[in-house]
Design a protein around this ligand. Structure first.
Ligand SMILES: [Zn+2]
Length: 105
């Protein structure tokens, strides 16, 4: 399946697509519905889980539906990864890694 992620809108559509929804569930189930970063720290987090693209969707659309490119993160870790909290506070990070459409992941 060819995934169009060239625009914000097309990425949003991707995150709403049936193939993504099915795959993200598979990824979560593979990760035992736990945040894998929290697990690395010895914590078990099973709330507010999201599925992250290791190779980012926008730059690697060919891995968009590759389960090996997915990992389960809790909202907090996912935010850390995309620097969402620092975004407002630090102008340094403004152009780096912040994409609000990743909320759809
Ligand atoms: Zn976590």
């Amino acid at each position: 399946m060819k995934v169009d992620v060239s625009t914000r809108e097309s990425r949003r559509e991707f995150y709403l697509s049936k193939s993504w929804r099915q795959l993200r569930l598979k990824a979560m189930s593979r990760d035992h519905f736990e945040c894998v970063w929290c697990r690395d720290e010895g914590k078990v987090t099973t709330d507010n889980l999201e599925v992250d693209h290791i190779k980012e969707l926008e730059y690697y659309p060919e891995f968009a539906l590759d389960i090996d490119n997915l990992r389960t993160l809790c909202k907090e870790c996912h935010n850390k990864r995309h620097h969402r909290f620092q975004f407002r506070k630090s102008s340094k990070l403004q152009n780096k890694n912040f994409r609000s459409d990743e909320w759809w992941g």
